[in-house]
Design a binder for this molecule. Sequence first.
Ligand SMILES: [Cu+2]
Length: 407
Amino acid sequence: MNRFGKSIDTPTSRRNVLRGSVLAGAAAVTGAGAFAMPRRAPLRTARADAASAHLHKVAEQMTAESDAKPADLSGYTRVRQELVAPPFAPEHEQVATGGPKIVEITMDTTERLMMVDEDTGASIWALTYNGSVPGPLIICHEGDMVELTLRNPADSMMEHNIDFHASTGALGGGGLTHVYPGEEVVLRWKATKAGCFTYHCAPGGAMIPYHVCHGMNGAIMVLPRDGLKDAAGNPLRYDSIAYFGEQDYYLPRDENGDYRFYEAAGDDYADSLDAMATLVPTHQVFNGAVGALTGDGALKAKVGETVLMVHNSCNVDSRPHLIGGHGDYVWETSFTDPPLTNMETWFVRGGCAAAAMYTFEQPGVYAYVNHNLIIAALKGATAHFVVDGQWNNDLMEQVVAPRPTEA
Ligand SMILES: [Cu+2]
């Protein structure tokens, strides 16, 4: 048994934990609560942890004791979606062909040391889906089923699960997907709401923000079967997707103000709770790290290209702005509502994902930022599009280059 108390030496602990019978505040249900708090007992989180444990217990009991009929899967076609790392999107149809699908996906709950800011050496033992922050973008259509195999590698330190905001029931699936290291689980749910939705790990109590603020969140886009439309019902199509995950980190510092380094995932638990309780992130970045989407990581586009910008922000409110461009069509909420149009800055509610469509009209570098510019410039929430093409002087022209002011 490692120091994170994997369940290997207590064979029944897994079910007992889910049923709450061995629950002791943060300890049992959240995994690390039991084993990663050498410096302080989890007194201040105990109530939240206990309440959370009760929710999970209810979720599991609801399905375990149910005599509901099996789902009717007739008429569905199985397809496999190969997930790809952000900022890219998996292959998909914008307009669904054929009948509804069962979209099979697999995600691994990978814990890995990630550099957050090379300039300061700030790093984090990120908790991830498939190794990336954010987790991969999943795409399906309204009426499809998503069938996820969630695998927790044997060398993980913690238990993980997943709460899909797009799904219905059992804490978004969170109550049915707890996997300890070395376990896997399969969850199937029907996508009944069209829009962009966040998903995240929610193992219980204080571990929920801990996992979310260590990168364990991402987005699923549920398209209308006939694709995106404007307010008049005319089809809207995109050429590419840029997938942003806005991530707030709360990295512990030592007495000198330097970022602490930890040997293993979870070692920072107690320190992280202190840092998170300030509600002031040390970093707020796109796609895992300061500068992940600038320089060599900048997004590429061409004049005339229509890009759908999918922005996930699991924990904090954000107000993205494309400097030099606009949101031609913006879906802050559902795809079944008409899109907002010609937006300068839009809103991504913390705990959700949103989409904005824009057709580039000028070449050059565009900055996609959280237009809280302090967050953009000092905390890291800046990405760049580098756009090739022909300049259009009708849209903008420098009439006089900088010169000494005339007397
Ligand atoms: Cu997790």
